[in-house]
Design a protein around this ligand. Structure first.
Ligand SMILES: CC(=O)N[C@H]1[C@@H](OP(=O)(O)OP(=O)(O)OC[C@H]2O[C@@H](n3ccc(=O)[nH]c3=O)[C@H](O)[C@@H]2O)O[C@H](CO)[C@@H](O)[C@@H]1O
Ligand SMILES: C=C(OP(=O)(O)O)C(=O)O
Length: 430
């Protein structure tokens, strides 16, 4: 099994390209199921989750054509991929394909809306909480779906073959449920309203893609989405937004190791809350025409308390990385995880590197230490894994990160990007 080996202590300097966002690319790819026509996506990252979703879509009959896969430096550029779901040959998404990734469950929305039926295995994804699917089921029922759960599968049918517009009030903000209900409502008969919708940039990226495909959606970027269903959607060409979580991760790495890095292609608008916190900790955040420059001089890191929250708040997907940063801060920091009930799996692994962290329910108290020291650690989920990488970059000596298949789900060419900025990091096979 591959591992990451890194030797800490080097500053990061140079340019680091930001990839297309995993969490935007996945729902955009799934939207291709809504139309017979080609959906062209630009800036798709090369990630294990993208590959896995390609397999799932192919199982439904989607034709996938990748253009511009070139060698060398060009691999730093995102892929341009055309997805054509001319005929849906299978409306079942089986356990073997769906169990590794949360987003794969989202095919239920388009399949049900276009074909009038779907049978989808309950999803997998990062083990960061119970992550039920009740909001999806209730929401689709509000659009007229008949749903039963049997043997780990959600079986959904639209009476008469078509969903009907309805009002969906999400009990709490859910990114995935917003994606799914928005896609389903786009092809329903009549008007739907989603209240308490997620406003994450990835939701806006999907809404704009659906609009480019002919959907009628109002309220994009707000908590209330109004969707007037149309009979058919058509093809479109859409850009995947830059990955704000990758951006925040590398920004925190620089804030921790020191140095000067341009995060090329990053969008500061999508990451305001986290960048504001980063500034307060003592890093300089400079918005430039082609990205965000992070400059950190000196070793002092100020401790700043953070409560994660839905967009536009501080993202839960940056909580682990921020904890790594605060493990070296002056004083004590309280970090509250408010979205997932079990997202502190990185705490015990950061402790192996010398971090002092106490967890009490949903709050972690991090007491900064002067030095971290390299060790063997184990990645437990995607963002936890990368928190260990950035802590290792700032630690003395060698760190080995085991079980890095988690990292490959969401970070494109991680060791390559970091080593170009001066990090001593490599992938070790076997
Ligand atoms: C592939 C992808 O984009 N994943 C992101 C997405 O996950 P995902 O869409 O799964 O996360 P949600 O926004 O749905 O989860 C928010 C909260 O709602 C709860 N909930 C959700 C659905 C439901 O039916 N019932 C229910 O109780 C969840 O358990 C969680 O406590 O948004 C999360 C929150 O920003 C991010 O951490 C994930 O990286
Ligand atoms: C939690 C994440 O992914 P998933 O929802 O697929 O588990 C993530 O991207 O951080």
């Amino acid at each position: 099994m591959d591992r990451i080996r890194l030797v800490g202590g080097n500053e990061l300097n140079g340019e680091l390209p930001i990839s297309g966002a995993k969490n935007a690319a996945l729902p955009l790819m799934i939207a291709s199921l809504l139309t017979k026509d080609p959906l062209v996506l630009n800036n798709v990252p090369r990630l294990a989750d993208v590959k896995q979703l390609e397999r799932i879509l192919e199982n439904h009959g989607v034709d996938i054509a990748v253009q511009g896969r070139r060698r060398g430096d060009d691999e730093m550029q995102g892929q341009r991929i055309t997805f054509t779901a001319h005929d849906i040959v299978d409306t079942c998404a089986p356990y073997e394909l769906v169990s590794t990734m949360r987003a794969s469950f989202w095919v239920i929305g388009p399949l049900l809306a276009r074909m009038g039926e779907a049978r989808v295995s309950m999803p997998g994804g990062c083990a960061i909480g119970t992550r039920p699917v009740d909001f999806y089921i209730d929401g689709l029922q509000q659009l007229g779906a008949e749903i039963e759960i049997d043997g780990g599968y959600v079986n959904a049918k639209a009476p008469g073959g078509r969903l009907k517009g309805g009002k969906v009030v999400l009990p709490r903000i859910s990114v995935g449920a917003t994606h799914v209900i928005m896609m389903a409502a786009s092809l329903a008969e009549g008007t739907s309203v989603i209240e308490n919708a997620a406003m994450e940039p990835e939701v806006t990226n999907l809404a704009e893609c659906l609009i480019a495909m002919g959907a009628k959606i109002e309220g994009v970027g707000t908590r209330t989405l109004t969707i007037e269903g149309v009979d058919t959607l058509h093809g479109a060409e859409v850009d995947v937004i830059p990955d704000r979580i990758e951006t925040g991760t590398y920004a925190m790495a620089v804030a921790m190791t020191g140095g000067n890095v341009l995060l090329k292609g990053a969008n500061a608008e999508h990451l305001r809350a986290a960048l504001d916190v980063l500034k307060e900790t003592g890093a300089q955040v400079i918005e430039e025409e082609d990205g965000i420059r992070i400059v950190k001089n000196g070793s002092g890191i100020k401790s700043i308390d953070v409560d994660v929250s839905e967009y536009p708040g501080f993202p839960t997907d940056l909580q682990a990385q921020y904890m790594a940063l605060m493990s070296r801060a002056d004083g004590t920091t309280t970090i509250r995880e408010t979205i997932f009930e079990n997202r502190f799996m990185h705490v015990s692994e950061l402790a192996r590197l010398g971090a002092h962290i106490d967890v009490d329910g949903q709050a972690a108290e991090v007491t900064g230490v002067e030095h971290l020291k390299g060790a063997q650690v184990m990645a437990t989920d995607l963002r936890a894994s990368v928190s260990l990488v950035i802590a290792g970059l700032a630690a003395e000596g060698e760190t080995i990160v085991n079980r890095i298949y988690h990292l490959d789900r969401g970070f494109e060419r991680l060791e390559d990007k970091l080593s170009r900025c001066g990090a001593k990091i490599e992938r070790v096979s076997g």
